[in-house]
Unconditional design. Sequence first.
Length: 137
Amino acid sequence: MAAPQPIEQIARKIHAEGPVSPVYSLQADIQILVEFGIASWYDCPIKPEPVVHKGLRVSDRIYPVAHRTLPFGTLIKAINPANGRKILCRVIDRGPFIAGRIIDLDAHGAKALGINGIGKIVLKIFRLAPNQFALKR
């Protein structure tokens, strides 16, 4: 299983010639990685975390997930390339413990992505500096 790669490395592989600008580097202390693979789901006792901002008219959820190596609290955007659905997740647990799988979604997150059982997904992983993470909480 391959480790998550910085988006700049993936862009260099796709566009072999010419300089690559860090498109997603909005802030210096946020690193964005990409991981491709198989996701499964499990019955997580923790419910999705609501995110509401009335001023910006944002109403969403952050779904709990399990990942083998990412630090707890890491934010992940999970994308199902088969249907284009996207969700925001936060690492709260370790797993999956089945070879070949990169993430375990909770049942609500799997349903939101349209995954029954297992499915191929793309993960965009947002790694924040510890002080940045403390500010976001």
